[in-house]
Design a binder for this molecule. Structure first.
Ligand code: MLT
Length: 404
C-alpha cells in the first residue's frame, strides 16, 4: 500500500504567501470595485532590463539553428555564466571562489529548500526568528524538526535565534550548538544587516563547532552601506564552513525567468566528506540545468550595459523603500529596514497582532503586506512591506495608510 510522507502532514496551514494570496483573492471577489495595492510578496514589477532582453532574443535565435542549438546544459551550468559570476561576484570583491565551485540552478528558493538533503536526517538546524519560511518548512518535510507547538508556533527540534528590536534584529550565537545554521543577510523579512565583523564571528563559531552555515545572499545587490559584506566568503575561514545561495530574482528581476546559484567550496568537509561532491551528485541526478536561454540572460546581468541598467533598477526600488520608510515614520509608525534591503519592517500600531493589522490594512486601505508572525513567533506585532511595487503604487499605498 502506498503511504504518504507523514512529515508533510505536520506542516501547519499552507505556505505563507499562498495563504495571503487566497485571502486577497477572497477580498477582491467580495469587493470587485476596490483597487488593491500589493506590497506583500517580494515580487518585482519592473520589466527586464534591455540588455537582458537583447540577450534572450539572441539566445532564442541560436536555439533555432542547428549549428547553435543547445540541448541539456552541463551539470553545474554553462562555463560562460559561472566565469562571469566568479569574476563579478567574487574575484572583484577579493573572494577566492572558482568556477567549478558554482552550481547554477533555477533559483535560490529551490536551492535553499533542497540543500538540507545532503545533511544527516538528525541534524539540528538553527534559524533566525523571524525567518524566510522555506528554510523551516523544507526541514519539516525532511522530518528534522520534531513536534510542532501550535500555541508557541515553534518546532521542538529547531533552535530559534530571536531577531528583535533590542538586538538590532541581528541573531546572537546560540547556546545550544546547531549542525546547520541558516543566515540571510540583508535579511528577509526584517531588512536588517550585519557587519563584516559580526559575520566573521559566525564563521569562527561555525568552524570551531564543525557547523555549516547556509548563507542566503539573495538581497546582496541592495546593500548601500560600506561595512556590510556582500558575500560570506569575504570572511576569513568561510571556505571551510559556508555554503552561499544567490538569486537573480531580486537584483535582475528574474522572478518569472528563474535563475540562481549555490556556491560550495571544495574545502567544505563535513563528517570527512566533501559537500561539493555530494551536491554535485544530487544536482546531476535530480536536475537538468537552467535553460541555455536563461543562462545567457544571466550572463548579460554581468555585461557593462547590464550592470548599469540593473543599478538603476535597484535604485528605483530603493527609492520606493525610502518613500515607504519616510512616509510611515512621518505617520508615526516605528519602522526599520529599507536601507540595505528592499523590505520595510514596521511595528503594528495599537498592539494589533500581525494578522489583525493585515486585515485592517486590506479592508481599510486596500493595501496588502505580509504579517510578521508568518515568518515566526518573534515576528508577532510586526509587518513587512516590500519596495518591489511600482513607484506610483507605493506612493498611493503610503498615502492611503497615512489617512487611516
Ligand atoms: C518574499 O516575499 O519573502 C520572497 O519574495 C519570497 C521568495 O523569494 O520566494
Amino acid at each position: 500500500m502506498a503511504r504518504v510522507n507523514e512529515n508533510y502532514l505536520k506542516l501547519p496551514g499552507s505556505y505563507l504567501f499562498s495563504t495571503i494570496g487566497k485571502k486577497v483573492a477572497a477580498f477582491q471577489e467580495a469587493n470587485p470595485d476596490k483597487t488593491i495595492i500589493r506590497l506583500g510578496i517580494g515580487d518585482v514589477t519592473q520589466p527586464l532590463a534591455p540588455e537582458i532582453i537583447k540577450s534572450l532574443h539572441n539566445a532564442v535565435d541560436e536555439m533555432g539553428k542547428a549549428e547553435t542549438f543547445h540541448g541539456y546544459a552541463p551539470d553545474l551550468g554553462y562555463e560562460f555564466l559561472r566565469k562571469a559570476i566568479v569574476e563579478n561576484d567574487y574575484k572583484a570583491r577579493g573572494c577566492e571562489i572558482e568556477a567549478d565551485e558554482i552550481f547554477v540552478s533555477d533559483g535560490a528558493k529551490c536551492d535553499s529548500s533542497n540543500i538540507q538533503e545532503i545533511f544527516a536526517a538528525d541534524s539540528k538546524i538553527a534559524v533566525c526568528d523571524p525567518v524566510y519560511p522555506v528554510y523551516v518548512d523544507s526541514n519539516v518535510m525532511a522530518g528534522r524538526t520534531g513536534v510542532y507547538d501550535a500555541k508557541a508556533e515553534t518546532w521542538s527540534d529547531v533552535i530559534y535565534m530571536p531577531c528583535l528590536e533590542s538586538n538590532g534584529f541581528a541573531p546572537e550565537l546560540p547556546k545550544e550548538v546547531p549542525d546547520l545554521i541558516y543566515l540571510c543577510f540583508p535579511n528577509n523579512p526584517t531588512g536588517a544587516t550585519i557587519t563584516k565583523a559580526q559575520l566573521q564571528e559566525w564563521v569562527d563559531y561555525a568552524n570551531k563547532n564543525n557547523a555549516v552555515i547556509i548563507y542566503d545572499a539573495a538581497y546582496e545587490a541592495y546593500i548601500s552601506e560600506t561595512d556590510v559584506p556582500h558575500s560570506i566568503y569575504e570572511c576569513e575561514g568561510a571556505r571551510t564552513c559556508a555554503i552561499e545561495l544567490k538569486s537573480f530574482s531580486k537584483n535582475a528581476g528574474f522572478t518569472g525567468v528563474r535563475l540562481g546559484y549555490t556556491v560550495i567550496p571544495k574545502e567544505l568537509i563535513c563528517d570527512g566528506v566533501a559537500l561539493h561532491g555530494l551536491w554535485a551528485r544530487r544536482h546531476g541526478t535530480k536536475y537538468n540545468g537552467a535553460p541555455y536561454i536563461v543562462q545567457r540572460a544571466g550572463e548579460a546581468v554581468y555585461s557593462e550595459a547590464g550592470k548599469a541598467q540593473l543599478k538603476d533598477q535597484v535604485a528605483y526600488y530603493m527609492n520606493n523603500a525610502k518613500t515607504i520608510k519616510e512616509g510611515l515614520s512621518a505617520a508615526g509608525f516605528s519602522v526599520s529596514g529599507g536601507v540595505n534591503a528592499p523590505y520595510i519592517w514596521l511595528k503594528t500600531p495599537d498592539k494589533m497582532t500581525s494578522w489583525e493589522f493585515f486585515d485592517y490594512l486590506l479592508e481599510n486601505a486596500n493595501v496588502v503586506g505580509t504579517p510578521g508572525s508568518g515568518f515566526g513567533p518573534s515576528g508577532e506585532g510586526y509587518f513587512r512591506l516590500t519596495a518591489f511595487g511600482t513607484y506610483e503604487n507605493t506612493l498611493a499605498a503610503i498615502e492611503r495608510i497615512k489617512k487611516l
